[in-house]
Design a protein around this ligand. Structure first.
Ligand code: GLC
Length: 522
């Protein structure tokens, strides 16, 4: 490491000085000799680094996007969005642009008690939400881990497991105590996968994303599947009243505080967005169209952009390699360049490439056979480098890159050199910057489509919440791409709170259908 080698140089200089002094040579001459030796040493170090960095630069260059490329991404996304609003044709259109049957934001008059099941990652969350009027919500929740076997197994088993966890949650929190014998909890199901909806409570899963692959669910109504699993337990007093994508929950939760909040974005394990669209702009809309129903939230499912090749001009060999070896080749092309599930893997594949070219860890495998197995785990195992590693390494500002060294050691790369750490930090920065720029380009399209004088975009997801550099790059790029006033607001717990709000708005409109007219956020 650099600090060690410079200590070594200093000690070496002192020893030489002592020896020469004994031989009677003057201090000035000694200093000149010492500095000369040190300079030669540094030059050899620096020139070695420049050669390395030029090679690395060539490998990273395709990941560095220009503003012109970003504007082309924006134009392509915008065209795909418009086309997919015309007709449901999954062979022609990359995007689904699903109408969600959520027509109104919260008015502030919603109230009541709701359960929410939030399923979208490798664990799921059950929440008990109390809505007590404008901006006042209480939430108690519990996270349940999903055994990996269930993510890839029989779908009915996944739903049975969810029902079992619901039962445990109700029992542990004694929620049924003091309830009338015929009381049934209203449950909103935050299900963060592409679903074609026929109403708020009818939703057919079109495909799995984000590494899920349970059988016998695609093509089925997931609301019905959850309700049937609940009913199989006999004494679980729950009715599923709404299916909500996490982006929609994020938007709804934020719009109770920000009247100009009209879009919701998730930048996490997956990446997606929704926004309010006027029905007149949705030729494929077959549902109600009257004075009270003029807009609907569209779940864009924009992570699917690129299936038909419109992103090929920026895709790299690494993107293709990642896609081919994923559970869903040729799908979610845009998502695979941005979301947290894939960022670490992109970095890992670049590292593997650099190792194969002997740029990283040169000679280490041969010199240290004892550490070979660890290296191999990292080099062979897909998904063994996480977005969190990317974030932490990118943020490493220590002089000797000790944070990076510690992270690398923790995943089996023992004693990396300063140069190794330096290069890996460059890789992380580049991949993360590309993701932030692409996310900014997509959000810019939303802001332009909304065509408002100022707009708030609700955002949630680990990349936005915990990856500070990503967030800064996102905001900076967005500022360059759009002229309209906008702000990005973190929608805390949005996907659970917001889903409860969707159920609450629905309940309120059923009991007093005209109520929203006075209270609709403008
Ligand atoms: C994936 C899903 C989408 C979800 C997003 C964020 O892209 O397809 O429905 O909103 O991940 O969780």
């Amino acid at each position: 490491m650099a600090s060690l080698s410079s200590n070594y140089v200093i000690e070496f200089k002192i020893d030489v000085i002592k020896t020469l002094k004994i031989a009677g040579i003057s201090t000035g001459l000694l200093t000149a000799i010492g500095l000369g030796a040190y300079y030669i040493h540094r030059r050899s170090q620096t020139s070695k680094r420049v050669i390395l960095r030029d090679e690395v630069r060539n490998i990273l260059r395709p990941f560095q996007l220009t503003e012109e490329q970003l504007r082309r991404v924006m134009a392509n996304l915008n065209t795909e969005m418009t086309n997919a609003l015309k007709v449901d044709d999954s062979t022609e259109n990359d995007l689904a642009m699903f109408p969600t049957y959520v027509h109104h934001g919260p008015s502030g008059k919603e109230s009541g008690e709701y359960l929410v099941v939030d399923l979208g990652g490798s664990n799921f969350r059950v929440s008990h939400v109390f809505i007590e009027g404008r901006n006042r919500m209480r939430l108690n929740n519990k996270i349940f881990l999903i055994p990996h076997s269930l993510l890839l197994g029989e779908g009915e088993k996944l739903f049975d497991y969810i029902a079992e966890c619901l039962q445990r949650f109700i029992d542990d929190n004694k929620l049924s105590v003091l309830k009338a014998a015929d009381y049934r909890f209203d449950l909103a199901f935050t299900f963060s996968f592409p679903c074609q909806q026929k109403s708020l409570r009818e939703a057919t899963l079109v495909s799995w994303t984000k590494g899920f692959s349970c059988t016998s669910v695609v093509g089925n109504d997931v609301v019905l599947m959850l309700q049937q699993a609940i009913d199989r337990r006999k004494n679980l007093p729950i009715q599923v009243v709404a299916l909500v994508n996490d982006t929609v929950g994020t938007l709804m939760a934020c719009s109770s505080n920000y009247r100009d909040c009209k879009a919701g974005v998730i930048l996490g394990t997956g990446m997606n967005a929704c926004y309010f669209e006027t029905l007149d702009n949705i030729p494929k809309w077959k549902g109600t169209r009257d004075n009270q129903t003029k807009q609907v939230i569209i779940n864009t499912e924009w992570g699917a952009l690129g299936r038909n090749g419109c992103l090929d001009f920026i895709r790299t060999d690494i993107d293709r390699e990642l896609d081919e070896s994923s559970l869903t080749p040729h799908q979610q092309v845009f998502e695979k360049m941005i979301s947290a599930l894939y960022l670490g893997e992109i970095v890992r594949l670049i590292i593997v490439d650099l190792v194969q070219r002997s740029i990283l860890f040169p000679g280490r495998m041969q010199k240290s056979p004892s550490i070979r197995p660890d290296y191999n785990i990292f080099l062979i195992l897909r998904g063994s480098f996480y977005a969190k590693h990317v974030a932490d390494i990118e943020n490493d500002t220590t002089d000797d890159l000790s944070t990076t060294a510690t992270i690398l050691t923790s995943i089996g790369i023992h004693d990396p050199s300063y140069d190794d750490c330096f290069i890996i930090r460059e890789v992380c920065k580049t991949v993360s910057l590309r993701a932030a720029k692409l996310a900014a380009a997509a959000i810019a399209v939303l802001i332009n489509r909304l065509n408002m004088s100022s707009v708030t975009v609700a955002v949630d997801g680990t990349l936005f919440r915990h990856h500070e550099q990503f967030k800064q790059n996102l905001s900076r790029t967005l500022g360059r791409l759009v002229l309209r006033a906008h702000r990005l607001v973190l929608s805390e717990d949005g996907s659970s709170k917001g889903s409860a709000l969707v159920a609450a708005v629905d309940r309120r409109l059923k009991t007093s259908p005209m109520a929203y007219e006075k209270n609709l956020p403008s």
